[in-house]
Every structure is written in C-alpha cells, then in structure tokens.
Design a binder for this molecule. Structure first.
Ligand SMILES: *Cc1c(COP(=O)(O)O)cnc(C)c1O
Length: 387
C-alpha cells in the first residue's frame, strides 16, 4: 500500500493537453503564455499587477530586492512558517524579527505584534516590512494588520503561499485589498500547481516593473535599438517557463472545484474531532474561509503522556504519513547559530509546535481513506498505547 501523505497535486487530461500544446509550440520559455497566466492570476486575485516567477521563494527574494531591503533593516515575521518566509529577509542582509503566534489559529498574534513594533521603535530600529502568512490557508487578521501597517507606515506583505482560494467576508480577492504585496507558490502541495512556480501580485506599478526586470538578470531592452540591452541592477534568472504557465492556466480553472473538495474533507474531519477531548481543531473565524492547504490538529501529547515521534511511527505503520507544520524557524540550527533566540519569548509558538500535526488533505483523498485515517488516529490516542 502506498503511503497517504499530507498533500499532493491533482492533474487531469486537460492539464496534460494544455502543456503538450505549448511543448509543441515555438516558445518553451519567454513566450506569450507567461503573460496570459499573469493576466488570469490578476483577474482571479483582483490585482492590477502580477509577475510570475520560478518558485515561491524566488517571489519573496525578488520582492525584498525590489523593495531595496539592506543591512540594518528589520523585517517583522512569523516563526510558524516554511523557512523561505524568513530566508528572503536574510538574502538581502536585513534582519528578521519574529513575533509569537496565536495558539488558536497558528497565525501571527496581533497583540504581540503591536508590542514588538513599540519596542523596536523605542530602539530606533528601521522596520521596513511585516510579512505574515495565512497559516494552513486560514486568513490572518488582515483588516487589523492593515491598520497597524498604515498607522506605523510599514509595508505589509502577505506570503499567501497557503491561501490561494481562501476568503475574508466571502471576498476571494482580499489579499491585495489588505496587503501591499502578495506572494504565491505553485508547488505540487499548494492549491494549484505548475510543478515549481510562484508569483507576486500587487497594485504597485513601480515595484512590479522592478520585479519583471529583476527576474531576468536586471536587464532592460532598448526599444529604439534592436540589439541593445543594458543591465541596470544585479538580478537573477527566476523565470517561469511557458509550459509551466500553460499548466497554471489549466489548473486555475479548477481552483474552485479544488477548494470545494478540500472544504468537504475538512468538514468531515471537523465533525469527527470537534467533540474529542484530546484533539483540538484550528480556529477559523466565521467571517473567513480557509483554502485548507493544511488540516492541522493539536494533540496534547504531554498530557496524554505520549511521545509525538512514537505517535508518528505508529501511524506510519498504518500507511499514514503525518507531518508537522512547522518547526518554528528560530529553532533551525542556522537561525540558532545566527540569532540564538530564546524559546521562552514564543510561548504560544512553542506550545503549538509541541502539539500540532497535519492530517492528509488533497483533492482525490477518498472518503473511505479519510474515515480510515480518522479511526486510526482516534484509536491510537484512546488506547494510549503510544508511549
Ligand atoms: C511553499 C511555501 C513557500 C515556498 O514556495 P516554493 O515555491 O516551494 O519556493 C514560501 N512560503 C510559504 C508559506 C510556503 O508554504
């Protein structure tokens, strides 16, 4: 039996056909399909500008470059994310300042954020941006984040890699409404896939022009002179290919269907766990809807006197490969060596990390398999034979 993992892509014959068509066309890369994908993303997200790039990490890296982050700058972010959210700060020489999360949602804690900004301002630090994520696909408190960013004149970035298809007050175009810049990833575990791929969307023309320039070495073409080009800034080759964009266009058509199915799966989990005294589900405020990139639950292993690793091993024996999202970024040895942050400053993140596991959720997870997962998890906990 193959292992059931936490997430994976779903492709159909239409996807394959769309990619095939471009593979037989004149442009594998730097062709017209990239702009078409960008246009579709803009209309899906209600944004004026979009730059598609080679992956979500490249999107974050280029954004830091375009915003001219440098040594001495502080970028505020969350420790409960994939390392890329914070690595992009280090690429520019700036320094990340982590804020504790809200244990109930996994998103950045507004109260802690306000305190952190006050403290940094007192120390006369240059706070250049706040990067928050929509943990698991559940939107953070963006109306409040926007207020804070406006009041303090700090750029607000949504690393929205989890949340393509989520909504606030039924508005699926909330991301650029509240944040100045939004980044996406189209890795196979995300809402839609292009294999590797990413994008930055915004309503900022100037920054978008920079991003388009920086994704192709910082080179600008001269329209009056056919052969002339000039490198103005040091950029990278972070281009996405035309056949990846063809896949993206085709996948985007299925986004609604994908999210609907993920929501149905989530509702079945919700029902199974909502009254379970040992399992806590993620709090999603009623005015928000999640894209359900993840289905995280928290189990108080300490109270149950279980070892989390043994729990994982037991479930693996049943063919279920659980995951943890995330190991707090400051706990990685690179970050420890560089910043040596104290765990006691992140009490909610620590508690969350000790308890959280991600259950399988993806488009073609069958109901039968899901009920199997639920029963194995419940049995393993209730028998309390994990040790
Ligand atoms: C997936 C992800 C990224 C990185 O995207 P890649 O396309 O894998 O480079 C960044 N941030 C978050 C929150 C992600 O989930």
């Amino acid at each position: 039996m193959s292992l059931i993992s936490y997430g994976k892509q779903y492709l159909d014959s239409k996807d394959i056909k769309s990619v095939n068509k471009i593979l037989y066309s004149s442009f594998l890369t730097q062709g017209p399909t990239i702009q078409i994908f960008e246009k579709k993303l803009k209309s899906e997200l209600g944004a004026k500008f979009c730059t598609a790039v080679s992956n979500g990490t490249a999107a974050l890296h280029l954004l830091g470059l375009a915003l001219k982050w440098k040594k001495g700058d502080i970028i505020i972010s969350t420790p409960n994310s994939f390392v890329a959210t914070s690595n992009c700060i280090l690429y520019s020489g700036a320094r990340p300042s982590f804020v504790d999360i809200d244990y109930k949602t996994g998103n950045i804690c507004i109260k802690s954020l306000k305190k952190k900004i006050q403290l940094l301002k007192k120390q006369k630090k240059k706070i250049k941006a706040i990067i928050a994520i929509d943990y698991g696909g559940c939107p953070a408190d963006w109306p409040e984040l926007q207020k804070i960013s406006k009041k303090n004149k700090i750029i607000l970035i949504n690393d929205g890699c989890h949340s393509l298809g989520a909504s606030i007050n039924k508005n699926h175009k909330y991301a650029v409404k509240f944040a100045d810049f939004v980044t996406y990833s189209f890795h196979p575990v995300k809402s839609i896939t292009t294999g590797e791929g990413g994008a930055i969307v915004s309503n900022n023309k100037k920054v978008d022009q920079q991003l388009k320039n920086l994704r192709t070495h910082g080179i600008e073409k001269n329209n009056n002179n056919i052969w002339m080009y000039d490198m103005k800034r040091l950029g990278f080759n972070y281009r996405i290919t035309d056949f990846q964009c063809a896949l993206g266009i085709s996948q985007l058509k299925k986004l609604k269907k994908f999210i609907k199915k993920r929501t149905e799966i989530a509702k079945i989990y919700d029902k199974a766990f909502i009254d379970d005294k040992d399992i806590t589900i993620q709090l999603i405020d009623p005015y928000k809807s999640s894209s359900y990139h993840l289905y995280p639950v928290k189990i108080n292993f300490k109270k149950l006197k279980c070892n989390k690793n043994n729990f994982f091993k037991k479930l693996l024996k049943f063919g279920i490969k659980l995951q943890v999202h995330y190991i707090p970024i400051y706990k990685h040895s690179f970050y420890k060596k560089k910043f040596n942050l104290k765990e006691k400053n992140f009490p909610q993140t620590e508690k969350f990390y000790n308890e959280v596991i991600s259950l399988p959720i993806f488009y073609d997870l069958s109901k039968k398999k899901q009920l199997y997962i639920i029963s194995k998890i419940k049995n393993t906990i209730s028998k309390n034979n994990i040790i």
